[in-house]
Design a protein around this ligand. Structure first.
Ligand SMILES: [Zn+2]
Ligand SMILES: [Zn+2]
Length: 73
């Protein structure tokens, strides 16, 4: 099954979901990704990367508007 990148509208076979705008994006539109915890991966697209607040959240390893986790799983 193919899908379309919601940022550049290209047809893609594999996609990533940006954690900051929730869009399905292709590899080309993905600016960066990181492993925040053992199970969680954070993906940020190029649009969100240019948003200072979102970039700051990404750099501190959090999704946008996500409260800092204080509890231990
Ligand atoms: Zn794209
Ligand atoms: Zn985004």
């Amino acid at each position: 099954m193919t899908t379309f990148c919601e940022r550049c509208k290209r047809e893609i076979y594999r996609y990533e979901v940006c954690d900051y705008c929730g869009r399905k994006i292709c590899n080309n539109c993905m600016k960066s990704s990181q492993r925040a915890t053992k199970t969680k991966r954070l993906v940020i697209c190029k649009d969100c990367w240019s948003d200072m607040e979102k970039r700051k959240a990404y750099k501190s390893g959090r999704a946008f508007n996500e409260p800092v986790e204080t509890h231990i799983m």
